[in-house]
Design a binder for this molecule. Structure first.
Ligand SMILES: [Zn+2]
Length: 241
């Protein structure tokens, strides 16, 4: 029996819907499998130990040099991130400035130093750039961590996550708010990626300087900073800034 025109049209349409459904379902399944097997990688963390080499930075009341304390904290942080499977880049990993010999002789050592650190934020635009420093003030009474952030996307959130975690873990009385850097911190002012500068504590305060010089406290502090950064990474679902 010949199939009528209406019936043929109906069959063709039904078949089209079935085929479409089959391929759509396959595509969706494939995408779901991809997402499950290959989650987007966590962003790289660039760790910047302030100062180095001939530039000692601030000098603690106990004689400790900021450049050494910065590097100690950065190396501890680097270990924690590597253990967590997060890729880490260091602007310096020893007692030297991140500049070439030629730049060192140029008479503009400081300018090159800052330029080269800024260059890391251009080289890794999707990374989280974390600069580690120690504070100093002529009046001894001041203490506590202070975080500065760049105007780039995600920087304020990163600063807040670090501040919150350190305050909760180690400094319950610290009321210092995170602040957006003004032009006086060129590193943050010119940063191309998410970027913060952590002033870990005051070397001008005898008690805090002593604490920050101890490896045990450095480990605690590094762990809290690490946790704050990891909260940001997880909060972003690994999408970076
Ligand atoms: Zn410094």
């Amino acid at each position: 029996m010949a199939i009528g025109w209406v019936a043929r049209r109906f069959l063709t349409a039904a078949l089209s819907v079935l085929i479409l459904f089959f391929f759509t379902a396959r595509a969706v399944n494939a995408r779901a499998r991809e997402a499950a097997v290959e989650p987007s990688p966590p962003p790289t963390v660039v760790l910047d130990a302030g100062h180095g080499g001939v530039d000692g930075g601030a000098k603690g009341v106990n004689g400790a040099l900021e450049k050494d304390l910065n590097l100690s904290v950065v190396l501890l942080l680097a270990d924690l991130f590597r253990e967590a499977g997060v890729e880490v880049v260091l602007t310096r990993s020893d007692d030297s400035l991140p500049i070439t010999e030629e730049q060192d002789r140029s008479g503009h050592r400081k300018r090159w130093d800052v330029n080269n650190r800024i260059a890391f934020t251009r080289l890794y635009p999707d990374a989280l750039f974390v600069s580690i420093h120690m504070n100093w003030f002529p009046v001894e009474k001041y203490s506590g961590l202070q975080v500065w952030y760049a105007k780039t996307r995600g920087s304020r959130e990163l600063a807040e996550a670090i501040r919150r975690r350190v305050v909760a873990d180690l400094q319950p009385d610290n009321k210092r708010q995170s602040k957006q850097a003004d032009g006086s911190i060129r590193l943050l002012d010119s940063a191309a990626s998410t970027a913060v500068l952590v002033e870990c504590g005051f070397l001008s305060n005898a008690a805090e300087c002593e604490k920050i010089s101890s490896p045990a406290y450095q480990r605690e502090l590094s762990f809290s900073i690490f946790c704050g950064i990891m909260e940001t990474i997880k909060g972003n679902g690994g999408a970076g800034n």
